[in-house]
Design a protein around this ligand. Structure first.
Ligand code: AMP
Length: 434
């Protein structure tokens, strides 16, 4: 039997109503905030990720699905979406029409991490990115919007962790302090950290090895090295979040795993999922558009981990109900099969969830099936007594909850089911029409 590859999984029909509810709630909310959807390819040139996320990061060094295509060009299954959104913003010169763009996108990402609960090799994100606004208000707006989304989805046990990573102005000072600190710990760090110490010291701060975490407890922090502009920016973000009653906590250890972040970095964490606690993360990346050969345009964004969000919601809430069957048509007698088919397709087109059965089973057997499908109504088309349509017994519409029955007469010239009458009865009973 052929099965999914390790770290990959199917999202089955029982789970998709929850995913759809999250996606619909998100797009509705984001569009209210002026965001527009963008859809991007899943494969990009490897260089895009190496240059944006950073060569000396876990993602680029160890986790990307990179392979040569048939002409030898290195291509990569995207490990995240921000780089692609930035690439698209530059490629299509969106900044020329208006540097300010609010964009969102949803879809799968690929990272070859060690799979565990809440960590997959193909996982899904919802991303929102804002280009062209340097003001701290937009940092506040994004975090507010993220918290509002979680609130609308009924999640409460979440905390927004907030930090500032500084800018090219203050970063060198911090790097120097950090490198000095790392030298003092030399010997006690893992081989990755020892290697990264000079190349990319910031990445030692997100090392997961317990010995390194211990050693880094009293490492210098970016917050202690912010220039006055970064410090003012950070204060303003905190002021805005406080005024808008968004719960947050300053977390000096939050550095995120990607190189492109500057100033505000944030992560929404939950206690409901054990080790994999981050359900969303984001931050400013004011230099990235420029670094990918675009103009000098500030930007900020976040990514929500859809798998983890759905995982938390599954644990905390009643399952999202799938839409039930409005009507099950029971054809009795071979002559009824065609009528049942035409009836169902006609009602489906009119927005009524309707199904039938072609197996020729008895009334008893088909009533059982209607129960199994949880049908709101059944329509019994009894044509057993006749071999010509004119003498058909007729149709009975039965409400499965109240047991109320309505006898309907078939309509000439070819004994059609009275669709309008059925639609009227079903919709008067408040059947869903979305
Ligand atoms: P990142 O792009 O690493 O900042 O991740 C943003 C969000 O995506 C995280 O907060 C997670 O919720 C989710 N995420 C990242 N990697 C994985 C993964 N391997 N499996 C499931 N979710 C993930």
């Amino acid at each position: 039997m052929i099965q999914t590859i390790r770290g990959f999984r199917d999202i089955l029909p029982g789970d998709t109503p929850l995913w759809q509810a999250i996606e619909q709630t998100a797009s509705r909310l984001f569009e209210d905030f002026g965001f527009k959807e963008i859809r991007l390819p899943l494969i990009e040139q490897t260089e895009l990720f190496a240059r944006s996320i950073g060569e000396v990061t876990d993602i680029v060094e160890k986790e990307m699905y990179t392979f040569p295509d048939r002409k030898g060009e290195n291509i990569t299954l995207r490990p995240e979406a921000t780089a692609s959104v930035v690439r698209s913003y530059i490629q299509h010169k969106m900044y020329a029409a208006d540097p300010i763009q609010r964009l969102y996108t949803m879809g799968p990402m690929f990272r070859r991490e060690r799979p565990q609960k809440g960590r997959y090799r193909q996982f899904y994100q919802i991303n929102a990115e804002v280009f062209g606004i340097a003001a701290p208000h937009i940092d506040g707006e994004l975090i507010l919007m993220l918290n509002e989304l979680f609130g609308r989805l009924g999640l409460t046990d979440l905390t927004t962790h907030l930090n500032s990573l500084g800018c090219p102005e203050c970063r060198p000072l911090f790097h120097r302090a950090l490198t000095e600190f790392l030298r003092s710990k030399h010997g006690g760090l893992c081989s990755d950290c020892t290697r990264r110490m000079d190349k990319n010291p910031l990445r030692t701060l997100d090392c997961k090895v317990p010995g390194c975490r211990e050693a880094m407890l009293d490492a210098p922090t970016t917050l202690d090295h912010l220039c006055s502009e970064c410090s003012d920016h950070f204060d303003k973000v905190k002021e805005i979040l406080t005024r808008q009653e968004v719960d947050f906590q300053v977390d000096k250890t939050l550095v995120r795993g990607l190189d492109y972040y500057s100033r505000t970095a944030f992560e929404v964490q939950t206690t409901a999922l054990g080790a994999q606690s981050a359900v969303a993360g984001g931050g400013r990346y004011d230099a990235l558009v420029r670094e990918l050969d675009g103009p000098e345009v500030p930007a900020i964004g976040f990514a929500i981990g859809l798998d983890r969000l759905a995982g938390v919601m599954e644990q905390l809430q009643e399952p999202v109900k799938t839409r039930e069957l409005d009507l099950f048509v029971i054809p009795l007698g071979p002559g009824a099969l065609d009528q049942a088919y035409y009836c169902c397709s006609r009602l489906n087109l009119a927005g009524i969830r309707c199904d039938t059965d072609y197996s020729g089973k008895s009334l008893k057997g088909l009533m059982k099936r209607a129960d199994k499908l949880n049908a709101g109504h059944v329509l019994i088309l009894d044509m057993r007594k006749s071999d010509n349509k004119e003498s058909a017994t007729g149709a009975v519409l039965r409400n499965m909850k109240t047991r109320e029955q309505t006898t309907l007469s078939m309509q000439a010239p070819d004994m059609q089911v009275p669709y309008d009458e059925i639609i009227k009865i079903l919709t008067d009973k408040g059947m869903p029409r979305d």
